[in-house]
Design a protein around this ligand. Structure first.
Ligand code: SF4
Ligand code: SF4
Length: 61
């Protein structure tokens, strides 16, 4: 299973939430959070679209 790290500084723009094809991410109290890690395909689209480069996805073994 992949790991997803979201660094501090998220402004809740929602871009990663909107762009994730698997609905892995959601906004909670104005911050992006991981809600369905099981569905993550490690496509790294969320990394690419975050304007602040706060997301790091690593593929699992
Ligand atoms: S790597 Fe892809 S599937 Fe996983 S959370 Fe990011 S956009 Fe969604
Ligand atoms: S794209 Fe980046 S700044 Fe925007 S909600 Fe996602 S993690 Fe936060």
């Amino acid at each position: 299973m992949p790991t997803i790290k979201i660094e501090a500084g998220c402004d809740g723009c929602g871009t990663c939430v909107e762009q994730c094809p698997m609905e892995v991410l959601a906004l909670n109290n104005g911050k992006a959070v991981v809600v369905k890690l099981d569905d993550c395909m490690a496509c790294k689209l969320c990394e690419t679209v975050c304007p602040c480069s706060l997301i790091r996805v690593e593929e699992g073994a």
